[in-house]
Design a binder for this molecule. Sequence first.
Ligand code: CA
Length: 244
Amino acid sequence: MTKKRKQRILLIEDEAGLRQTLKLNLKEQGYKVITASDGHEGLEKARTKSPDLIILDLMLPGMDGLSLMRVLRLEEIDVPVLMLTARTSEMDKIIGLESGADDYLTKPFSLGELMARIRALLRRADRTRTRETLSSGGVTLDLVSRRATRDGRPLELSPKAFSLLAELMRHEHAVLSRDLLLARVWGEDYIGDPRTVDVHIRWLREQIEEDPSQPKLIQTVRGIGYRFEGGAEIEDGVTDDEET
Ligand code: CA
């Protein structure tokens, strides 16, 4: 047993029954649970209670999960978010990813599945916080000196390209949309064409891919955006279960 501060989970869910069940189970797992029953209350608690993770229902009264997500990212409240969506439709899946949530689950889900996702997200966040380098698939970024290498060979990346690659690697295995990348790398105020992202991705691929025409590290997810896959380091596989 390690003496550690209890990790805090903010649960934003309007269905009272589900909220109670989840709260109880999360507490049993040793988490401190803060609850909110609508979007506005959720946002307020995200701002003031410094949660380690947020479980966010997509459909909420007041302010829905997507709008809430947008405000969190705008305010750079960089907490892992597990989105709960109601249906298994492709649309909801895309919404879950588009929103910039770190992971998502479609209802109904098993408690075991939920707990596994939570543990994975918290572990990932922990690693990211303490790291000064990002390394995967032969690519290493030193976030302090902002130097990048591929198999030990230095890469020449523009500051924006470096930031873009760092953003993708920080969220390895997750799909990040062009709009999200644009907002995080170029800033919310940047009025530009999402194709700016594509141009930088092309430059990056020329530097880091063995065959830029068959990219393996930076993958295009058609109609959505990009994903970094360094391979080998998938620890939990939880973000990878595609429906068959
Ligand atoms: Ca709901």
